[in-house]
Design a protein around this ligand. Structure first.
Ligand code: GSH
Length: 169
């Protein structure tokens, strides 16, 4: 059964999208136009009631949340070694992935979609400027991580078996 990935251009769904591409696995990419609100249409909420991409569909199963999808793809394509086999190295990748997913990404969302978190224009403006500062600090942390990896001659964060780096959301 062919895997299906519901994705949106420029969205965090690029993480499993890049993994599927690098695995060379046959999969069907299904584009969801977020700017047109397609994620809220019944055809999509029947697949993910939370109205978000990415969704990986394998047979009758619809899997959401990047951290879960990444671990599923790692189990499904073990030869790709998307995640390290060594327990500590694997945990470090998941630690960074969790932080990107639960801290960096939501901070970014507050900057670019403040209307999701407050109603009044004043509250939205404050959310935007406050989170822009937090986001700049987070980018600084990411830059430091990248520099540390480069100095150690390692690929940025996680390497796949093919030598490519695993992208983070
Ligand atoms: N924690 C979720 C985050 C998913 C998420 O925030 N997806 C965004 C795109 S980056 C989305 O679909 N947003 C729909 C919307 O803005 O209405 C995951 O790991 O999958």
């Amino acid at each position: 059964m062919t895997l299906k990935l519901y994705f949106a251009p420029g969205a965090c769904s690029f993480v499993p999208h890049a993994l599927l591409e690098s695995a060379g696995a046959p999969f069907e990419p299904v584009m969801v136009k977020l700017h047109k609100g397609e994620q809220k249409e019944p055809a999509f909420t029947a697949i993910n009631p939370r109205a978000q991409v990415p969704v990986l569909v394998d047979g009758d199963e619809a899997i959401t949340q990047i951290a879960a999808i990444v671990q599923y793809l790692d189990a499904k394509f073990p030869e790709q070694q998307f995640l390290p086999r060594d327990a500590l190295a694997r945990t470090r990748v998941l630690e960074t992935l969790a932080w990107m997913n639960n801290t960096v990404h939501p901070t970014f969302t507050h900057v670019f979609m403040p209307f999701k978190f407050a109603e009044s224009p004043e509250a939205q403006a404050e959310l935007k400027s406050f989170n822009a500062k937090s986001y700049a600090a987070l980018l600084g942390e990411i830059e430091a991580m990248a520099r540390k990896a480069a100095d150690a001659g390692r690929p940025f964060w996680a390497a796949t078996a093919s030598g490519r780096s695993m992208p983070m959301p």
